[in-house]
Design a protein around this ligand. Structure first.
Ligand SMILES: Nc1nc2c(ncn2[C@@H]2O[C@H](COP(=O)(O)OP(=O)(O)OP(=O)(O)O)[C@@H](O)[C@H]2O)c(=O)[nH]1
Ligand SMILES: [Mg+2]
Length: 199
C-alpha cells in the first residue's frame, strides 16, 4: 500500500537540536548534493508546489526544515552538500548542522538521497551513505530528474548504481524519480508507508 498524503505543513527551520520539534513521529529526511532535487522531490510527493523552497541557485536550502505529514509523519529537508566553490565556513557549518542532526535525532526511520541521474553517484554521496551506515540509517537512492534521460538510460544508470553499491548494507531501494512527470512518486509513497511504523 502507498501512503496517501492528505495534509502537509511546514513546522519550522532549525540549525541546532535545541530548536528541533519533538521527536515523536517517524522521520524521513531528504539529503543529497546541492541542486540534486531534494526540495522538489519533497514537494512532488506532497503534491504541493511551494512547501519546500526550490531554486535554480545551488545551496538554496541552508537550514534543517521540518514538515509534518498527515499529522503523524515527519519529513526533513536538510541542506545539500558540495555546491561549487563553497567556502570553508559553509562546509564547516553544514557538517556541524548535519552531524548533530544525525547524532541526536532518535526518530529517524530512513533517508532519501537525491542523486541527479545525469551525474550519477559522486564522492560526497558515498561519504553521506557511509556516514549514515555508521548511524545505522537505511538509505533509499533516488535517481532524480529522470525526465531528462531516455528510458534505456534510466535502466542503465539504475543497474550501474545497483552494482556499484553492492557492498553497502544499508541500501533499501534504488529508484528513478522525476518531480516533473511523477516517475517514482508512488514508489516513494510505498517505501514510506512500509517504513513508517518500524522504528
Ligand atoms: N527537469 C527536472 N528538473 C528538476 C527536477 N527536480 C528538480 N529540478 C530542478 O532542479 C533545480 C534544483 O531543484 P531543488 O529541488 O531546489 O534542489 P535541491 O536539491 O533542494 O537544492 P538545494 O536546496 O540547493 O540543495 C530546480 O531548478 C528544479 O526545478 C526534475 O525532476 N526534473
Ligand atoms: Mg533544497
Amino acid at each position: 500500500m502507498a501512503l496517501n498524503i492528505k495534509k502537509s505543513d511546514f513546522v519550522k527551520s532549525a540549525t541546532k537540536p535545541s530548536h528541533y520539534p519533538d521527536d515523536i513521529y517517524s522521520e524521513f529526511f531528504f539529503a543529497g548534493k546541492s541542486n540534486a532535487g531534494k526540495s522538489s522531490m519533497l514537494n512532488k510527493i506532497c503534491n504541493r508546489k511551494k512547501l519546500a523552497i526550490t531554486s535554480k541557485t545551488p545551496g538554496r536550502t541552508q537550514l534543517i526544515n521540518f514538515f509534518l505529514i498527515n499529522n503523524n509523519i515527519s519529513f526533513v529537508d536538510i541542506p545539500g552538500y558540495g555546491f561549487a566553490n563553497s567556502p570553508k565556513n559553509i562546509k564547516r557549518s553544514w557538517e556541524t548542522m548535519v552531524m548533530s542532526y544525525l547524532e541526536c535525532r532518535k526518530n529517524i526511520a530512513s533517508m532519501f538521497i537525491a542523486v541527479d541521474i545525469r551525474r550519477g553517484l559522486g564522492r560526497l554521496d558515498e561519504a553521506m551513505l557511509e556516514l549514515c551506515e555508521g548511524f545505522n540509517i537505511k538509505a533509499n537512492i533516488m535517481l532524480t530528474k529522470s525526465d531528462k534521460v531516455s528510458n534505456s538510460e534510466k535502466f542503465k544508470v539504475k543497474e550501474k548504481t545497483k552494482n556499484y553499491l553492492e557492498d553497502y548494507e544499508n541500501i533499501l531501494n534504488i529508484q528513478t524519480f522525476s518531480a516533473k512527470n511523477g516517475d517514482g512518486v508512488d514508489d516513494v509513497l510505498e517505501i514510506i508507508e512500509n517504513l513508517k511504523n518500524q522504528n
